[in-house]
Ligand binder design. Structure first.
Ligand code: MG
Length: 458
């Protein structure tokens, strides 16, 4: 059995090609040749349409971008280059420019040596499973459109993407109410794509901004995943400065974690739950979340007399379901907030705005707002498996829990009164994720340890 730490040491199997995109380690598996081919495949899939391309701050970003450009241009695409910007900014720009699709160059929360391509349709939403499969078929067949020299288009550089995104957000915010509060905010953008736009947003909202790790250098001062172990600097600074709240973004600024005024790291599951509490108090409607999201949202649905609709893990699944059912809020428990009043992508800036509005409106501290939610204990683990082993693992859990309340939509999720477990094979890596939550910390520890031991024995 491999553990988390074993996994971070080796990059030998680092290339991951799936319907969700391509991800690899620069200098090892994510080569210019491969990237150009993916650019050509996407350009062919888009039939030489207009494509918005953005990237996070990673040092490898320029190399990746130019490799992808060559492929897109060879297939006759018109490129709109918005360069360094958050993933949600690119999603907004695809809609704004009425483009046919988009590519974001970012390995999101992965360590700095990784990079990746993420593909979007003209609606600003990630390609779904079927669309991703179609793109992969083109990639593997290698029959790419190639235009003659005089049909290659000039790249259009658009430096206004951050302004467009900010303007769109501010149109929805009660700016004056937030400004009056003069919040003191500490921001940790991990030197990623949120480093420039987020302080601008906070300053417009009248906040005093204390920036840590907001140099868009692409050298990450800590692992960019906004989870407990990476937020020590933020917690310390919030406490030291007497700030009202601290926010941490991942490298492409689609996820957000919150630190309370006491320096307590609330955990990324609280971001969506607090936002949902705020939105549902104003607008009646359903909540859409993935199967691994905390039960705090079920408590909220009961409180507001609405329902929770759960989807497979992955932003595209949540976004499309929100659109389909007309939900008022949704996202993923990992700090990915989707408010369809803004747009249908996970957006840390939207999350920040909604939390500051909530604090302003209620006149309460962030710890008091978090304290309104029932406390649960969640454990998220991953276990390395052999290729093909996942089927046996799922059959085991399905059989074991056949008498319990179960969902087989995405792996196996089993629900009890105040406890649940979700065993899900990753779509991109040879691992199984084990996520469990309970109101009782001992119960969740035991449940998780048992499941991991059972997986190892199979
Ligand atoms: Mg991300």
């Amino acid at each position: 059995m491999k553990t988390n730490s074993d996994e971070s040491k080796k990059n030998i199997d680092s290339l991951m090609i799936s319907v969700s995109g391509v991800r690899g380690v620069v200098g090892e598996t994510l080569t210019p040749e491969l990237l150009t081919r993916f650019g050509a495949a996407f350009g062919t899939y888009m039939n030489g349409g207009c494509i918005v391309v953005g990237r996070d701050t990673r040092v490898s970003g320029a190399m990746v971008k130019h490799s992808v450009f060559a492929g897109l241009m060879s297939a006759g695409c018109q490129i709109i280059d918005i360069d360094v910007c958050p993933t949600p900014t690119c999603q907004v720009m695809i809609r704004e420019a009425q483009a046919d699709g988009g590519i974001v160059i970012s390995a999101s929360h992965n360590p700095v040596e990784w990079n990746a391509l993420k593909f979007f349709g003209g609606d600003g939403i990630y390609l779904d499973f079927e669309q991703g499969k179609e793109l992969l078929d083109i990639y593997y067949k290698g029959e790419f459109n190639k235009v003659p020299w005089n049909e290659i288009k000039v790249v259009e550089e658009n430096p206004d993407a951050l302004d467009v995104h900010l303007k769109m957000i501010l149109e929805h915010v009660d700016v004056e109410t937030v400004r009056k509060k003069k919040f003191k905010v500490v921001l940790d953008s991990c030197n990623g794509a949120g480093s420039v736009i987020t302080p601008r947003l906070l300053e417009t909202l009248g906040c005093e901004v204390i920036k840590i790790h907001c140099e868009p250098s692409g050298y990450f001062p800590h692992n960019p995943e906004p989870i407990f172990i990476n937020l020590g600097d933020l917690s310390k600074m919030v406490k030291m400065s007497g700030a009202d709240v601290g926010f941490a973004q991942d490298a492409d600024a689609d996820r957000i974690a919150v630190v309370s005024e006491t320096g307590e790291i609330l955990g990324e599951e609280y971001s969506l739950a607090m936002v949902a509490d705020s939105v549902l108090s104003l607008r009646k409607g359903d909540i859409v979340v993935n199967l691994s999201t905390s039960r705090m949202v079920d408590d909220l649905a009961r409180k507001y007399g609405t329902k929770v609709i759960r989807t497979k893990v992955g932003e595209v699944n949540v976004a499309k379901k929100i659109k389909e059912v007309g939900a008022v809020i949704g996202g993923e428990g990992n700090g990915g907030i989707i408010d369809p009043a803004y747009h249908l992508g996970r957006d840390s800036l939207v999350g920040i705005v909604l939390i500051l509005e909530y604090m302003s409106r209620e006149g309460l501290k962030i710890s008091e707002l978090a304290g309104r939610l029932k406390k649960y204990y969640m454990i998220k683990e991953k276990v390395g498996i052999r290729p093909g082993q996942h089927r046996r693992i799922l059959e085991h859990f399905e059989k074991k829990h056949k008498k319990e309340s179960m969902s087989l939509l995405d792996g196996v999720r089993v629900d009890w009164d105040d406890t649940w477990i979700h065993v899900r094979p990753s779509g991109t890596e040879p691992i199984v994720r084990v996520i469990a939550e309970s109101g009782d910390p001992e119960k969740v520890k035991k449940l998780c340890a048992e499941a991991i031991a059972e997986i190892a024995a199979l």
